[in-house]
Design a protein around this ligand. Structure first.
Ligand code: NAD
Length: 295
């Protein structure tokens, strides 16, 4: 933070691939303006710069040298960034991934606001649903964050499904180590698991404009399920549209995107953002945005 005038001023950024369409700059800068902060949010796109995900360390050092207050980190750098940081929050260390880096006292400190982002969105959007048995599709970066949020929220048994079977197994094992032996499993058959499930969470990219369609056969859905999606471009995915048609309660990915941004904003500035205002701003951005072709 620089304080050469009465107004606090911050430069922050986003490191990732193909981040041109990201809502983050607008979401952060608009909220900062509402709070009377001078705040610039810059995109640092590794594809435009011709840098491999492993080059994230050099970009972090450059941002620190240039006086950035911090950066958000997104696909495909959330894991590769970890080894370049001086410190990690306990949650970021447990997840092995960061989406927020704050430069403080000359040190780069990593945080993960994706998982509390999903948690807060879930509490707001589906506060009273049954959570005895839940199916999670996707054991990648988002799936790992969502799994920790789900088990912290009290989901009794999480069934982890990924087309990459080893990935599902690795996530289920790490969840069992942290939360207990009976809390996470890899089901033998998705259709059978869904029949007895209370909820379904999609944390795969399927449903995005660049990956259209549904991540599972839609005939597996039933009206006793609630359905959450982390995809937020578009907000109404094919999965959510079908679930709503059946009468399921649903949660779109916009809430997670806003709450993770709000938590990062607070880490950067120390100021508490107005999340309801950010949610309204996000809805306008989503309405106005042309159909995205990248993540
Ligand atoms: P990733 O590539 O790390 O992981 C995706 C995983 O899904 C992979 O392991 C893949 O094998 C698996 N998969 C793909 N299709 C599948 C299917 N049909 N069934 C089961 N598994 C399948 O990607 P990621 O970084 O985890 O991102 C996933 C999605 O989450 C993206 O659309 C991203 O935009 C979104 N996301 C949203 C937020 C938010 O704030 N709402 C935050 C982070 C990521």
């Amino acid at each position: 933070m620089s304080s050469n005038s009465e107004t606090a001023s911050y430069v922050v950024g986003l490191i990732g691939a193909d981040i041109g369409p990201s809502f983050s700059p607008s979401l952060h800068e608009r909220e900062a303006a509402e709070l009377g902060l001078r705040y610039a949010y810059k995109r640092i796109d590794i594809n435009e710069l011709g840098i491999a995900p492993e080059g994230v360390g050099e970009l972090l050092r450059m941002a620190q040298r240039r006086g950035f207050r911090g950066v958000n980190v997104t696909h495909p750098c959330k894991q590769t960034a970890v080894e370049h940081l001086a410190e990690l929050s306990a949650d970021a260390a447990a997840l092995g991934a960061v989406n927020t880096v704050v430069f403080e006292d000359g040190k780069a400190v990593g945080h993960n606001t994706d998982w509390p982002g999903f948690q807060q969105s879930f509490i707001r959007g589906l506060p009273d649903v049954a959570t005895t048995r839940v199916v999670l599709l996707g054991a990648g970066g988002a799936g790992t964050a969502v799994a920790h949020a789900a088990l912290s929220l009290g989901v009794e048994r999480l069934a982890v499904v990924d087309t990459d079977f080893d990935r599902a197994g690795a996530l289920a094992r790490s969840l069992r180590r942290r939360y207990g032996d009976d809390r996470a499993t890899v089901p033998a058959r998705l259709s059978a698991e869904l029949r007895r499930a209370d909820g379904l969470i999609n944390a795969t990219p399927t449903g995005m404009a660049a990956h259209p369609g549904s991540p599972l056969p839609l005939e597996h859905l039933h009206d006793r399920l609630w359905v959450a999606d982390v995809v937020y471009r578009p907000l109404e995915t094919e999965l959510l549209r079908h679930a709503r048609h059946l009468g399921c309660r649903t949660l779109d990915g916009g809430g997670m995107a806003v709450f993770q941004a709000a938590l990062s904003f607070e880490l950067f500035t120390g100021c508490e953002p107005n999340t309801e205002r950010m949610l309204r701003h996000f809805a306008l951005l989503a309405e106005d945005a042309p159909a995205p072709v990248t993540r």
